[in-house]
Write a protein that binds this ligand. Sequence first.
Ligand SMILES: [Zn+2]
Length: 318
Amino acid sequence: MSQSLYVGVDLGGTSIKIGLCNDKGELLRTFEGPTDTDQGTDKIMSNIAAYVNELVPPGTQEWDDVKGVGIGIAGFLDIPNGIIDFSANLPPLRNVPVRQIMEEKLAKPIKINNDANVAALGEVWGGAGKGVQNCVCYTLGTGVGGGLIVNGRLIEGFSGMAGELGHMSIVPDLEAIQCGCGQMGCLETVSSATGIIRMGKDAVERGDRTSLSLIETPLTAKDVIDAAKAGDEVAQRIVSRAAFYLGKSMAAVAVVINPQRFIIGGGVSKAGEYLFEQIRQVFRKYSTDAAQKGVDIVAAELGNNAGVVGAAGLFLYA
Ligand SMILES: [Zn+2]
C-alpha cells in the first residue's frame, strides 16, 4: 500500500542523523554516521546521500513512498535557493548549493532550513506542540535558538531572521554585555548555557560567597542550576536572571504573534519545573491578561530527535 513518507536530515558538525517519518510526524527509525567535516564538502554531501540510502534503500517500496528529504543546518542559509552561505559548525561549507547537489544524488525533492526552525517544527509536528497551530519554541543551549509557527506555518521572515529569539536585545544597557552577534544585551547573553556559565564564573571571580567556588572542574550550566536548587543564593540569582529575561521576552512575543504555547528545549531546559515556574511567573507578570489567557509554557518532548522530525516536516509545514 502506498503511503507518504518523509526523510529528515540533521546535519551537525560531528555527526549526521537521518530519520524516517510517516505523515503523522511519527519517527519510524533513524540512522547516524560521522560528518567527516575535515574531509571537505564533497565528502559531507556523499555521506548525507549514503546515510539516507542506508536508512531507506533505493528500489524499495518505502523509497518510492518518500516524498522528500529535508535538511536542518546550523548556519547562514539562502533558504529559498537551497544554498548554505556559511556554517560555523561545518567550516568547509561555504556557498554550497546543497539542494541542487542532493537532488542530483537522491532524485528526491530537497528542502533546507536552519536547525532552530527545524527543531521547532519537529516539536510542533510530533512533540510538545502536536495539534497546536500557533507555537513559539526556544532552544536553550550554547546559544538561544528560536522558531515560530503561526497558523500552522513556519515563519522565516523577509531574510530568514524571523524567530532569532536569542538575539532579542532585552537586557538594559547598564547591565548589558556584548553578544556573539555583535549587538548588546541579547537574550542569549543571559539565558543560554554559555550565559549562565559566564555569570557563575563572574560571581566566583568577584569573590561572592557561593558553593560554585568549590567546583574544580570547568563550570557547567548544570552546576549552577544544581547549586541553585540546593539553596545557593548566588546561583539562585543567576538562574532567576536567566528565567526573568526569558519570561519577559515571551511577554513581548505574546503581543506580537499571540501564540497558544511556548515550548522550551535544549540542555538548560533540563532544569525542569524549578526554571519553568519562574519563567511562567515573569511571563504572567509582564503580559496583558488577554495575551496570556489560555497560554502555556511547557518542556520540549523530542530531545535530540526534534531536528530530524522537523526536517522531515519541512514538506508539510514550510
Ligand atoms: Zn546577539
